[in-house]
Design a protein around this ligand. Structure first.
Ligand SMILES: *[C@@H]1O[C@H](CO)[C@@H](O)[C@H](O)[C@H]1NC(C)=O
Ligand SMILES: *[C@@H]1O[C@H](CO)[C@@H](O)[C@H](O)[C@H]1NC(C)=O
Ligand SMILES: *[C@@H]1O[C@H](CO)[C@@H](O)[C@H](O)[C@H]1NC(C)=O
Ligand SMILES: *[C@@H]1O[C@H](CO)[C@@H](O)[C@H](O)[C@H]1NC(C)=O
Ligand SMILES: *[C@@H]1O[C@H](CO)[C@@H](O)[C@H](O)[C@H]1NC(C)=O
Ligand SMILES: *[C@@H]1O[C@H](CO)[C@@H](O)[C@H](O)[C@H]1NC(C)=O
Length: 515
């Protein structure tokens, strides 16, 4: 697709993007309405971006394995072997980040690229890649925000002792984190231990749709031929993630904080819930869903133990913390990373307690009603009030912790269009919601849209995408093209008054020339 035709199309479409006040959040705002130290960025993750999966010493992670598993039809036969080929194309991508005006980039380190055996010797080629990546970002004034684990435990550790099901994972993770702090911490100030800790445990060990793809009948969303026990494994894995997180934070604070002055947190996924009916039962169901999704991790981190309702409903299937573990976990974060996309409906489901065995959703006794037939919506509705309410909820329930919105954006079918008008509207509305939340006292410190460019996606492979930049998979060079959303975000980050731009029919010129 030539960039001329792209611009022509954008011009026509922009006339239709009269951003209205329909979403109930602030509509007119500029970059400078946010605090000066608030940071705007975009995200990627190693497996979804890098490709080069067996190059220069990297070994497979559990995500490579799931993507190559024949019993998995989540990705329609696709995998991340090449992805965006970011391992080779990162320099030109950083140029695009500079063009876009990104203030920060959220990305992850591939554990099995840095330490191919899971523990032990560091792979110098892998080390060099991340050092170079970080150096170039910093030379352009782009802050690196690193996630240590984005669904990609080295497969070798899964094979050796069952990965996160074993407590041995804790020690290996801390040793890996130690290498990252030691090698990159002189330049990296923001660390996140786990991406979507809650969804990693739920998706990977209850539903089976995420690595390592474990589940048991009747709970899985795939045929559970990989083994698993949906009734207990998510709780065990969640427990080990919390222990690994707390030990890593302890290490950072004891060994690196005084000299490196960085910050460390964890990331969780959160919905907002609308009640299916205006009843006290559905209201309680929503409260339970918040406790099972966010409280599972935030309650231990803020108050030292799992939510009462989880302990009650999961009984002996959820592990206990010793007094020492509880004390170590409590307060072990400088910020909470939040990934938010959707507001969904919730309904009380008492019948789940009649089941012979229960998984976490049955313990929740709530039905999550996602729009359409798909549990994982392809294209999120624009419901920014949900984010505003979520931020207010976290403020009130967990003592107003510092928050980074680590992921927010709109998935769309990857159909070749660069005119992602609904995504522009989505971003405009949700960033407004963040501003409203901040003005109402939320301690939100940054916003990263997912994703910087079209990636190998977690639940759809290459079928849907979230990128500001389109990656042409039919082109051997995997050429990147800016979508309308890239122009929009760039203009916003460069301080333009976007309301004015969108009301002006000649705006495309303004957008393009600013870009
Ligand atoms: C599970 O197996 C059945 C029977 O072999 C097959 O029809 C179905 O498509 C499989 N489902 C998934 C999600 O792989
Ligand atoms: C945790 O402690 C409670 C209360 O002492 C007990 O009922 C429960 O069985 C324990 N759970 C496990 C997994 O040991
Ligand atoms: C579901 O989709 C319909 C039609 O697009 C919309 O009106 C409704 O608000 C959506 N519900 C939720 C909970 O997003
Ligand atoms: C492609 O997807 C976008 C975003 O959902 C949609 O607006 C557009 O109509 C689609 N185009 C085609 C040709 O299907
Ligand atoms: C603003 O904050 C107050 C105090 O936490 C809360 O009661 C109110 O609901 C919040 N408003 C919105 C729109 O979130
Ligand atoms: C942005 O533009 C709108 C519409 O042109 C205008 O009403 C508003 O005052 C401007 N805001 C700022 C902060 O300049």
């Amino acid at each position: 697709m030539s960039s001329n035709s792209v611009h022509l199309l954008s011009f026509i479409t922009l006339i239709l993007i009269m951003v209205t006040n329909a979403y109930g959040v602030v509509d007119e705002y500029v970059r400078d309405d946010f605090p000066a130290d608030f940071v705007f960025g975009a995200g990627t993750s190693a497996y979804q971006y890098e490709g080069a999966v067996l190059e220069d010493g990297r070994t497979y992670s559990i995500w490579d394995t799931l993507a190559h598993y024949s019993g998995n039809n989540i990705y329609n036969g696709a995998n991340g072997d090449v992805a965006c080929d970011g391992y080779h194309k990162y320099k030109e991508d950083i140029e695009l980040m500079v063009d876009t005006g990104l203030e920060a980039l959220r990305f992850s380190v591939s554990w099995s690229r840095l330490i191919p055996n899971g523990r032990g010797p560091v792979n110098l080629k892998g080390l060099q890649y991340y050092n170079d990546f970080i150096d170039i970002l910093i030379s352009h004034g782009i802050q690196p925000h690193i996630t240590l684990h984005h669904s990609d435990l080295p497969q070798i550790l899964e094979d050796e002792y069952g990965g996160w099901l074993s407590r041995k994972s804790v020690k290996d993770f801390v040793a890996y984190a130690d290498v990252c702090f030691r090698e990159f911490g002189d330049r990296v100030l923001h660390w996140t231990t786990f991406n979507e800790a809650n969804v990693f445990a739920l998706g990977g060990y209850d539903l089976g749709v995420l690595p390592p793809g474990r589940c048991s009948y009747p709970f899985g969303y795939i045929n559970c031929t990989n083994g698993g026990d949906s009734t207990s494994e998510p709780y065990i894995v969640g427990h080990h993630l919390l222990l690994a997180h707390a030990s890593t934070v302890r290490l950072y604070r004891k060994k690196y904080k005084a000299t490196q002055h960085g910050f460390i947190g964890i990331n969780i996924f959160a919905y907002w819930y609308n009640l299916d009916s205006n009843t006290i039962e559905d209201e309680k169901a929503a409260e339970r869903a918040h406790d099972f999704y966010e409280g599972w991790f935030l309650n231990p981190l803020v108050y030292g133990d799992y939510p009462e309702i989880m302990k009650k409903n999961a009984g002996s299937r959820i592990p206990n913390f010793t007094k020492q573990e509880s004390e170590r976990i409590k307060g072990s974060f400088d910020f909470v990373g939040v990934n938010h996309y959707d507001t969904i409906s919730i309904k009380n489901n008492p019948s789940s307690f009649e089941m012979e065995t229960r998984d976490m959703y049955a313990d929740m006794a709530a039905t999550l009603i996602v729009n359409g037939t798909d549990m994982f919506p392809t294209q999120s509705e624009i419901t920014p009030l949900g984010l505003q309410k979520l931020l207010n909820y976290l403020k009130e329930k967990y003592g107003n912790p510092p928050i980074y919105i680590h992921e927010n954006g709109q998935g769309q079918p990857r159909n070749g269009t660069l005119i992602d008008t609904p995504r522009v509207e989505y971003l405009h509305a949700y960033i407004g919601a963040v501003l409203d939340a901040i003005r109402n006292g939320s301690n939100t410190m940054g916003y990263f849209t997912w994703s910087f460019l079209d990636l190998f996606e977690m639940l759809s492979g290459y079928k849907t995408s979230y990128g500001l930049y389109y990656v042409d998979l039919d082109d051997k060079e995997l050429t990147r093209y800016p979508k309308l959303s890239a122009h929009w975000y760039a203009s916003f980050l460069k301080g333009k008054n976007m309301s004015g731009i969108f009301e002006n029919v000649n705006s495309q010129e303004t957008l393009s020339s600013s870009y």
